[in-house]
Structure formats: structure tokens, C-alpha cells
Design a protein around this ligand. Structure first.
Ligand code: ZN
Length: 326
């Protein structure tokens, strides 16, 4: 019987899981992502994590027939490596992944995806009707999408398809994104963006009363959502965040015509009751084509690692027709 591996390589945490051909988890390893000093140290952290998950499952790495990796980018997809990752130390210039993992498991069946693409593969695999066109959208410290359109999981030539968090939503460009450009969706609506946006809206209308700790260094998006329904400025910020999210989502829907959009990421997972229903209403008003089902991921915080495993089980597609398990 063959075994399958899924890996989630984040800037902070690293997770590997081993499953049988039914997708049943047999071994898990969680650890901190090595901070270098070199990319090879991160590669070795991934290999150690996979070895540990295999040991937990009572198997050898060479018993694994296929593996999927959901990772922070950006990528050199031809070489199967992460190149100059933004949120790791500068001394890390290159993290080889596909080659070393292939060697460890002695199989060429290793698929590397960015984390949101792994997300859409997992959502597709686990969704009721295994849709050919769907989107996974994460709203966390940043915003990004994994897209499957007409059965094709979109990577782009360089692995950077789906960077929808950098859609321009504000033509006035009042806020500058973490990427250095102006007016991008995630500058307003990501976990990192919402506090800056609250400060901007407070300065636009100083008459709005607020208990938000605008001047505190640790002022966060969670502070804004915690005062929903109680604080005039917090409510105004949330209203505007929903508005910009509806614009971004409408653009995604008009581009890819998904039948399902699954939302994930900490901002959504912690505030589903505040965000989801108003977003559904706005999409009904703003989308001129078919309005997709909008729901929150059923995979929660494990969407990337489960997606990576689903990729291993389905030749990198999330398409259950490739699924050999029972
Ligand atoms: Zn940007």
C-alpha cells in the first residue's frame, strides 16, 4: 500500500502529514520554520519534518509514493525552489524543495504550489461535487487566491497567478501596500492593512467617536472586530472593509467564473459572523454574471497542509478522478 505526504511551509510554522491512500492521517509533525542561516537549513527542516511524520506513521520515507507542498513564495518553479522569500531573513536566498523531497521519498511525484493554490486543491478535492471551477481566497496577514478554472489549477508561468491581493481597488491609492505599490486590496483589508486603514478613516472624520487604541504600537485588526456594534469608528471601518472586499471578490468572480468561492485566513475564520452575510448580499448586487456559492473553508487552519496532501493524492489537481484511494 502506498503512503502520501502533505507539507505546509509557512514563514513561521512548518507542518508535515503522512496519510494512507484513503487520505487518513497516520503521522503528523509540527515545528517552527528554521530561520536559516541559509535556504538549505530550511530545506533540511522540511526533510526532518517529513521524516518525523513518517516515523509517527511507522513507515519509511521510501514507502511514500507521492508528496505535495504548499509553500510561501515566490518560486522558481522549473527548479522546484522558493527564491528570496519576503518574510524570512535576507540570508535565505534559495530553498530547494522538490528535488530534495523527491530524493528522500525516492519518487518523482512531488508537486510544489504556493499556499493558496494548495488551498484551492484541498477545497476542490473535499467539496461536494468536486467542482472544475472554484476559488480559494485567504484574508490573513495578506490576501491571495488559489484558482482552478475549467479543471486547470492556475500557476502562471512563474507560479505567481492568483496574487489578487494586489488588485488595485482604490484608484486614489491612498494606502501603500506592503509590496510598495499604492491602492492594493490587501493594503486596506488584510490583517496587516486594517489597522492602517482605521487610522486613515479616523483622520478623515475626527468627529467619529472611538475607543480603538489607534496610537498603540500593537493596535491590530482584532481590536477593530472586537468593538463591532459598539464603536462608531470600528463599525465604519468594518463597513468599508466589507465594501472593498466585495469589490475585490467581484473582480475575482468576473475573471474566473467560479461556481464556489471558499474563504479562509485568520481575518475570515475569526470574524465569519461579521463578514460573510454582508459579503453575500453585496455580491448579489455587484456581480453581473452567475453569483457563486460563498462559504468559509471547512478545513480551517489546516487548509494548506490538507491541500498539499490532496495534491499528492490527485497528481497535483484536486480532481477526484485521479484519486486511487477508497
Ligand atoms: Zn501590493
Amino acid at each position: 500500500m502506498g503512503y502520501y505526504v502533505g507539507v505546509d511551509l509557512g514563514a513561521t510554522n512548518l507542518q508535515a502529514i503522512v496519510a494512507d491512500s484513503d487520505g487518513t492521517r497516520l503521522g503528523v509533525d509540527h515545528r517552527r520554520t528554521p530561520r536559516g542561516p541559509t535556504g538549505i537549513d530550511v530545506t533540511e527542516g522540511v526533510l526532518r519534518s517529513v521524516r518525523s511524520a513518517c516515523a509517527g506513521a511507522g513507515i519509511e520515507p521510501t514507502d511514500v509514493v507521492a508528496a505535495g507542498i504548499g509553500s510561501i513564495g515566490p518560486f522558481d518553479l522549473a527548479e522546484g525552489a522558493v527564491v528570496d522569500p519576503a518574510n524570512l531573513p535576507d540570508s535565505i536566498d534559495r530553498i530547494p524543495l522538490t528535488g530534495p523531497l523527491s530524493k528522500l521519498i525516492d519518487s518523482d511525484r512531488v508537486w510544489l504550489h504556493n499556499d493558496t493554490t494548495a488551498g484551492v486543491i484541498g477545497e476542490r478535492f473535499h467539496a461536494d461535487r468536486n467542482p472544475d471551477s472554484m476559488v480559494y481566497l485567504t484574508i490573513s496577514s495578506g490576501i491571495g487566491a488559489g484558482v482552478c478554472c475549467d479543471g486547470e489549477v492556475l500557476d502562471g508561468w512563474d507560479g505567481n497567478a492568483g496574487e489578487v491581493g494586489h488588485y488595485v481597488v482604490d484608484p486614489a491609492g491612498r494606502l501603500t501596500c506592503g509590496c510598495g505599490k499604492d491602492g492594493h486590496w490587501e493594503a486596506y483589508c488584510s490583517g496587516n492593512g486594517i489597522p492602517r486603514y482605521a487610522e486613515l478613516l479616523a483622520s478623515d472624520d475626527p468627529t467619529l467617536e472611538t475607543a480603538l487604541p489607534l496610537d498603540e504600537p500593537d493596535f491590530s485588526a482584532a481590536d477593530v472586530f472586537a468593538l463591532a456594534g459598539e464603536d462608531p469608528l470600528a463599525d465604519h471601518v468594518i463597513e468599508q472593509v466589507i465594501h472593498w472586499n466585495a469589490i475585490g471578490l467581484t473582480n475575482v468572480i468576473h475573471a474566473f467564473s467560479p461556481i464556489v468561492v471558499a474563504l479562509g485566513g485568520a481575518v475570515v475564520l475569526h470574524n465569519e459572523d461579521i463578514l460573510l452575510e454582508p459579503l453575500r448580499e453585496r455580491l448579489g448586487e455587484m456581480v453581473m454574471t452567475n453569483v457563486p456559492e460563498l462559504r468559509v473553508t471547512s478545513l480551517g487552519d489546516d487548509v494548506v497542509v490538507d491541500g498539499a496532501l490532496a495534491s499528492a493524492l490527485t497528481e497535483g489537481t484536486g480532481d477526484r478522478r485521479y484519486y486511487r484511494g477508497g
